[in-house]
Write a protein that binds this ligand. Structure first.
Ligand code: ADP
Ligand code: MG
Length: 384
């Protein structure tokens, strides 16, 4: 069983690349489910079929579904929110609780995760491909399994506290499904899913991007946050690459600009493998077109496989009370090394090679104290 998640900014081609991957897997004879957790659904358009939150067989071995989170919340979970607010009103701890609610990932993420868990556990599929929502939401989603235990404990705590003074409210606001009974069960599922997501032989994270400045930055943010949560990137998929030259000066200018950003991508994601797909002149819809795209992208490699595995790509640790960011840069000879911070970006210049990393919030605003290069790993220490 494999879980493959595609992440990245909106519009870069996550849905297209996910659908293309799933089609390739299905045509290799494996059963695959592609699931979209983005509220901006377009999977149905990519396949040219109607989809819902029940899997539909698009062609042999290829199943697809769109998780309708809003509908699900509306149907089953809104009462929980009403219930919370009724407690908050009586409790007098509004502010703290409100704050906690604000920082803790919410129901939407949990619902998406439960769908992934269900599909992975169903035993029906050899692979589950997840066409994820753009970065912010997905990062909350991926951070969720870890914080979920804490979250459900809080909910349980509020529940028992509420019984004393809000009993009359209970009957009115009790969720249709008994959510408090469900919590320990969901908690178990989350733990199990977290294990699966952390297991590199099961789960693979890939970022989709285009050769454009803002898109690259978002993709780097994906990499940083994946690393923080202990997940690793297994490939970067560069989509919508223009042909290498054109007689049209306008197109040529765009091509030159892309060429610059393609080099940036090569440097920034190294040593993670990079796969490229051209901007097609025709829309990439229907399984045949999606299959062609997969052949172009993975050129002979099986997209169901783990395409890259290395634990050391990027790590952040606290050593003797200080944050140390380590970057794995094999085969890099260091003659000249410069580390600079620009806003939330860390720029590492090694000889003529520049790697930039989007810093996690905890490091933004800190100065670097030193950098050393040891056994292919660059360690950067941040001041407190
Ligand atoms: N390689 C490509 N060539 C041409 N059009 C593409 C390509 N990849 C994606 N598209 C188109 O770009 C648009 C956005 O792609 P989509 O996969 O929906 O992005 P996302 O899911 O990241 O928002 C869609 O209209 C899609 O058909
Ligand atoms: Mg999409």
């Amino acid at each position: 069983m494999r879980i493959i998640l595609y992440l990245g900014k909106g519009g870069v081609g996550k849905t297209t690349v996910s659908a293309s991957t799933a089609t390739a897997i299905a045509r290799s004879g494996k059963r695959v489910l592609i699931m979209s957790t983005d509220v901006a659904h377009s999977l149905a358009d990519a396949f040219g079929v109607e989809l819902s939150s029940t899997p539909v067989e698009v062609e042999k071995n290829l199943f697809a579904m769109e998780v309708n989170i809003l509908a699900e919340i509306r149907e089953n979970w809104t009462e929980l929110y009403s219930y919370f607010s009724s407690i908050l009103m009586h409790d007098g701890t509004n502010e703290i609780v409100a704050e906690e609610l604000a920082i803790v990932p919410g129901m939407e993420e949990m619902i998406s995760l439960r769908y992934i868990w269900k599909a992975a556990k169903s035993g029906k599929y050899d692979a589950v491909v997840v066409d994820a929502a753009p970065t912010g939401e997905t990062m909350r989603l991926l951070g969720m399994p870890e914080s979920y235990g804490w979250y459900s404990e809080k909910i349980g705590g509020w529940h028992s506290k509420a019984i004393g003074f809000a009993a009359p409210l209970l009957s009115r606001f009790m969720p249709k499904k008994n959510i408090f009974k469900l919590m320990p069960e969901v908690n178990e599922h989350m733990k199990e899913l977290h294990g699966m997501l952390q297991d590199k032989s099961i789960t693979t994270f890939r970022v989709v991007l285009n050769p454009e400045n803002m898109v690259i930055k978002e993709a780097l943010r994906v990499q940083t946050y994946l690393n923080l949560f202990g997940y690793k990137l297994d490939a970067a998929v560069v989509n919508k690459v223009l042909p290498s030259n054109s007689s049209d000066p306008y197109l040529q200018a765009l091509i030159d600009q892309q060429a610059k950003y393609l080099r940036v991508i090569d440097n920034c994601f190294y040593p993670v493998p990079i796969f490229r797909a051209m901007q097609s002149s025709k829309e990439v819809i229907s399984t045949d077109r999606l299959y062609d795209l997969s052949q172009e992208l993975f050129s002979g490699r099986n997209p169901m496989e783990v395409l890259y595995s290395n634990d050391k790509t990027q790590t952040l640790e606290k050593i003797n009370g200080k944050y140390v960011l380590s970057l794995y840069l094999p085969n890099v000879e260091v003659d000249k090394l410069a580390v600079n911070i620009k806003g939330d970006e860390l720029l590492v210049d090694i000889n003529n090679f520049r790697k930039s990393i989007v810093l996690p919030n905890v490091l933004v605003g800190r100065k670097t104290e030193g950098a050393d290069f040891e056994q292919g790993t660059l360690n950067i220490t941040f001041a407190n």
